[in-house]
Each structure stands twice: as structure tokens, then as C-alpha cells.
Write a protein that binds this ligand. Structure first.
Ligand SMILES: [Zn+2]
Ligand SMILES: [Zn+2]
Length: 421
């Protein structure tokens, strides 16, 4: 166990339940199938172990598997780092610049966001990754990005083994112009496989090849996206906040200049924030080094402005038809069914008469907040309707009249919640 704990951090052992989810089950199955098949192919059909090349090939395969699993499990179990429950800034004055999370009963530190799936405020949250069934954030960013690099490398190696195995077996280990490549293939040609390369072996190798190539392409693309995040020191959520900041400044013509505070204006500096020799990123996940023209609350103040602006710009509607909260409602029309937003988040059921505030939308679906009535909040000191923390989507509305937000004909109305809190 001591030996293992040096490989994988078992501090969060109770988090083993994170494995019980389709993401880790599929991801670990792909890793298991590709590595097992590559090892079996190498031993039985492709390259004898008693040659130097064969041994190096074999050690490399084991090496990829260990490194991939090491980074994968660390990304999952070390986790992104959570803001302590009930957290508040040391200096009480600073609380006014921060958003409050009602779920965690504390203030949201700069760069943190509340994740609905983790049910905690996550340090430097990038996104919730279903494949590790955890958030990608401050503490596991390096592990996560390393995994995204190693998985395609390991899969490419495995894919080469699969192709070579099928090639050498199907063509009876014919020489195919290897003279330009300085690898001695004579051992391979003389090598008699331990077992005949049967149809099931061919099918299994072909299947593993498909998985390996698919993983190489898909995960490789994710690696480039994540490297961009690391080198700019700007998470996907922060890119979106920056977009909205530019939009807000342009809309109100406020002449403000928005500088993204966490980009240390050197890719190498940004890289070193995340990747360290110890594996632990620089910083406590609460206080961040910032651009000289910015301060600790540049981004959080911008977030508060956006939140206020969203309330101002929202439009009120009343629900005219019940909706049961189905993801792809079949009884609300074919367009609604097929144009359901690509998100895993569940929708909020609506009843006729509910009031919602729309903040943005498309032709078929729209985002908004559902207004909760005070009778639903009995026992709390709130006497007037408040917004709940749900971002909604609803469907198919017609014109509003004279800005009074009366909906003339609202056929269907669906609401989705968000990760906001
Ligand atoms: Zn929270
Ligand atoms: Zn999460």
C-alpha cells in the first residue's frame, strides 16, 4: 500500500465511488482493451520477446499503460480542489466583490465556480469531465492535461502494433521494403507465432485498432484545447466570461478596458503555474498572480456586473402549458425533439402559470430563470418572489406586446437548469 500510495494519491479514497459512472467505465475499458490487445499481439503474433527491439517495444507498452493510468487516477482522485464550505475572504471588505454560493454557504473565491455534479465550488474550474467523473480544475489540471497527451501517444503505439500484427500475419510476414528503416526484421520473419492468427484474433485486433485510432483523434483534439487553456492561463469558463465582458462593454459603450487578469503574458510563465516537478500546481487556489494592471477582484467584479446586466436584460414570460422536464420531449413537436440542446443537464418541469425570466435564446429553445413564488419558500425570510438558481431553456414563443412581456401564444415551455448558483 505504501508503494501504491507513492504512485496514486489515496488521500481521497472515499472518492472511489467516482468509478461507478459510465465515463470511467468506458474510459478504463478502452485503456484495458487497447493495452491488453497490444501486449497479447506483441507476445503471441507480432514480435518475439527475445530480440532487443521486441523487448523495448514491450517495455514501452507497459510504460504507456502505467503512465496513462497514473495520470488518469490522479486526475480523478486528487480532484480539482474545492473551496472550503462556508469560505469567506480574510478581509471582510472584499466580500462585496465576490459572488455568494448558497449551496456551499460561502463566498466564491476568484476563479472558482460551483459545479452541480460535484456539488461544491471548484477551484479554477474549467469543466466537469464525465470521463474522469470529476471536475478539471486547479489541482488536477496538470494530471488531466498529461493524460490527454499520453493517451493518444500510447494509442498510436498500440495502433502501430495492431496494424503490423495484422499485416505480418495476413501476408505471412513478407518483407515490405524495410531496408530504408533501420530495424532488423529478420527475427520477426523467422518467428513462429505461439498460436495461429485465427479469425477471432484478427477481429479482436481490428476492434482494438478502431478504439485506438478513435481515442488518438478524439483525445488528441482535447489535448490541444487543454494546452491552449494552460498556455493562456484562461479556463473555458473564463473565455466565456471574457466574451461576455467585451459584449457588455460594447453594448453600454462604457469605454472600459477589460484586461484578462490571470494571463501572465508569457506562455512559459503560464505553463509553469500548472506544471511543476512536484505535481502540485503553484498557488493555494484562492489567491492568484495577476497582470500588473489588474487586481485580485478584476474578474469577480466583472462577473457581478454581468450578473446584474443579465437581470436587466431579461424578459418575463408566463408558462401556458405544462412540461414534465423530459430531455427530448416527444409530445412537443418534432423540432423540439430533434433540436434539444446538447447538454447532460436535466430540465426543470414547469406548470401552467409559472413565471420565467428569459435571458437569451434561439428559435426553438431559450435560456432563462424560473421565478419561485414565496409559498415555495415558506420558513425562509423571503417575502417576495425570488429567482431560483436555474438557467432555463424554453421553446416557441411569439411576440410580446408593448414591452409588457405578455406572451400571446406560448405553445410549449421547457426549462433547463445551469451550473450557476
Ligand atoms: Zn458552491
Ligand atoms: Zn464537477
Amino acid at each position: 500500500m505504501n508503494f501504491l500510495s507513492t504512485i496514486v494519491t489515496f488521500e481521497n479514497l472515499h472518492e472511489v465511488r467516482r468509478l461507478c459512472h459510465w465515463g470511467p467505465i468506458i474510459a478504463l475499458s478502452v485503456i484495458a482493451i487497447c493495452s491488453t490487445m497490444a501486449i497479447i499481439d506483441s507476445i503471441i503474433w507480432y514480435w518475439p520477446l527475445d530480440t532487443t527491439g521486441g523487448s523495448i517495444n514491450f517495455i514501452m507498452l507497459i510504460n504507456w499503460t502505467v503512465l496513462i493510468l497514473y495520470n488518469y487516477f490522479n486526475a480523478m482522485f486528487v480532484g480539482p480542489g474545492y473551496i472550503p464550505l462556508g469560505w469567506k475572504p480574510e478581509n471582510q471588505q472584499e466580500a462585496q466583490y465576490l459572488q455568494y454560493c448558497r449551496v456551499c454557504q460561502g463566498h466564491k473565491a476568484p476563479r472558482s465556480h460551483h459545479c452541480r455534479k460535484c456539488n461544491r465550488c471548484v477551484m479554477k474550474m474549467d469543466h466537469h469531465c464525465p470521463w474522469i467523473n470529476n471536475c478539471c480544475g486547479h489541482l488536477n489540471h496538470a494530471y488531466f492535461t498529461s493524460f490527454l497527451l499520453l493517451a493518444p501517444l500510447g494509442c498510436s503505439h498500440a495502433a502501430i502494433i495492431f496494424i503490423m500484427t495484422m499485416y505480418t500475419q495476413l501476408y505471412e510476414r513478407i518483407s515490405f521494403g524495410w531496408s530504408t528503416v533501420k530495424i532488423d526484421m529478420s527475427a520477426v520473419r523467422q518467428f513462429q507465432p505461439l498460436m495461429p492468427f485465427s479469425v477471432p484474433a484478427f477481429a479482436a485486433t481490428l476492434f482494438a485498432l478502431g478504439l485506438a485510432l478513435g481515442t488518438t483523434i478524439a483525445v488528441g483534439m482535447l489535448f490541444f484545447i487543454q494546452m491552449k487553456v494552460v498556455l493562456r492561463n484562461k479556463t473555458s469558463i473564463e473565455s466565456w466570461i471574457e466574451e461576455k465582458a467585451k459584449d457588455r462593454i460594447q453594448h453600454y459603450q462604457t469605454e472600459e478596458e477589460f484586461i484578462f487578469p490571470y494571463d501572465l503574458s508569457s506562455r512559459w510563465q503560464n505553463f509553469k503555474q500548472v506544471f511543476t516537478w512536484s505535481g502540485t500546481p503553484i498557488g493555494d487556489g484562492i489567491v492568484w498572480p495577476v497582470h500588473p494592471k489588474c487586481h485580485q477582484h478584476t474578474l469577480t467584479i466583472e462577473q457581478l456586473k454581468q450578473k446584474a446586466d443579465k437581470r436587466v436584460r431579461s424578459v418575463q414570460y408566463q408558462v401556458v402549458e405544462d412540461y414534465n422536464g423530459a430531455c427530448c420531449p416527444v409530445n412537443k413537436g418534432i423540432q423540439t425533439f430533434f433540436r434539444t440542446p446538447c447538454t447532460e443537464e436535466p430540465r426543470i418541469p414547469l406548470s401552467k402559470g409559472d413565471v420565467i425570466l428569459a435571458t437569451r435564446g434561439t428559435k426553438w429553445w431559450m435560456y432563462g430563470d424560473k421565478v419561485l413564488h414565496d409559498d415555495k419558500l415558506r420558513g425562509r425570510k423571503i417575502a417576495f418572489p425570488v429567482l431560483n438558481d436555474r438557467l432555463g431553456l424554453f421553446f416557441f414563443f411569439s411576440e410580446t406586446q408593448h414591452g409588457t412581456f405578455v406572451v400571446l401564444q406560448l405553445e410549449n415551455l421547457f426549462i433547463l437548469h445551469s451550473q450557476r448558483s
